[in-house]
Design a protein around this ligand. Structure first.
Ligand code: DAK
Length: 265
């Protein structure tokens, strides 16, 4: 499937189960206009539709990337900047939709990853970046703070001092520093980036899809809840997974000393 929305390219590879969303405003460094935010949501919905009528889980992972040579995303579109253009309406934002999306979403970052662009990457399950990428919260230069939880999420990943440094100074940091702080998961040479991301994603899509989806929900719960609530939730997810065909397949494959073939059932 290849579909071109106004500001997002959507593709789905049936063979691998990988969907790709490309934010496609390269001339504006993929800044988050209202249209782009709506198209990210619409693109995710189109990808989710691949599961309809499928035998098991068809869509195994989504890669989110930015078009052009310079940026993943340079944040909210300053041209039309207002609380609305920044995503300030009471509707579910693209950040919420990415976080709640059933399959893992991988941010493939090559270039600037700033402001709402960094918050978009933080909403994803993994952040993979080229060594030349840079990260930051420039909102303070506009007299505001990161409006989609940037300080909250960086505090959870890297601690309050790093979150405050990024948001108060508004400086850009390197991919290497972002990885050292735990904000980015992996940094790769630009030459090898596409291959490395593909390998990372294929490692993920080979795993039992329902278990992967349950782990995403569990991790989300761990961020939001207290420990006892999280433990109760995990037990419930665990019991559900015990009844799946994938669990039976995993156990059979182990007993027969072969690779499992998971269908997401
Ligand atoms: N918006 C619109 N256009 C942008 C842009 C942006 N954020 N960033 C860059 N561009 C445009 C430039 O205007 C330029 O357009 P032309 O002049 O060519 O027409 C083109 O992209 C290339 O940019 P530059 O010429 O500036 O390129 P440089 O390499 O020199 O500099 C830069 C790259 C990324 C360092 C620089 O462009 C820059 O500082 N950009 C602004 C970064 C920024 O401040 N971003 C916005 C932060 S505020 C909320 C949720 C989220 C948010 C708010 C609320 N709620 C839920 C309520 C988020 C807020 C933000 O992200």
């Amino acid at each position: 499937m290849d579909e071109s929305l106004d500001t997002v390219l959507v593709s789905y590879d049936e063979e691998t189960g990988v969907g790709t969303l490309t934010m496609n405003r390269p001339d504006a460094l993929n800044a988050l206009s209202a249209q782009l935010r709506a198209d990210i949501v619409a693109g995710l919905r189109l990808l989710e539709e691949q599961n309809e009528g499928a035998d098991g889980v068809a869509l195994r992972a989504v890669v989110l990337e930015g078009a052009g040579e310079k940026a993943f995303c340079a944040g909210a579109d300053i041209g039309g900047f207002s609380s609305d253009s920044a995503g300030g309406s009471s509707d579910r934002t693209h950040y919420d939709v990415i976080r709640d999306f059933p399959t893992p979403v991988i941010a493939k970052i090559d270039g600037y990853c700033l402001g709402g662009g960094l918050e978009t990457a933080l909403a994803c399950d993994f952040r993979l970046a080229t060594e030349d990428s840079t990260f930051g919260f420039p909102e303070v230069n506009l007299g505001i703070l990161p409006g989609a939880g940037g300080v909250q999420y960086v505090t959870k990943l890297a601690g309050p001092a790093v979150a405050k440094e990024l948001a108060m100074f508004g400086d850009h940091i390197s991919a290497e520093r972002a990885a050292d702080e735990g904000i980015v998961d992996r940094v790769f040479d630009s030459d090898e980036f596409d291959d490395e991301v593909e390998e990372f994603v294929s490692g993920l899509t080979g795993q039992a899809p329902l278990a992967v989806q349950a782990i995403k929900k569990s991790a989300q719960m761990a961020v939001q809840s207290g420990l006892n609530e999280g433990l109760r939730y995990d037990r419930q997810l665990f019991v559900e997974l015990l009844n799946t065909e994938d669990h039976a397949e995993g156990a059979a494959a182990f007993a027969e000393d072969r690779d499992p073939e998971f269908e997401g059932k």
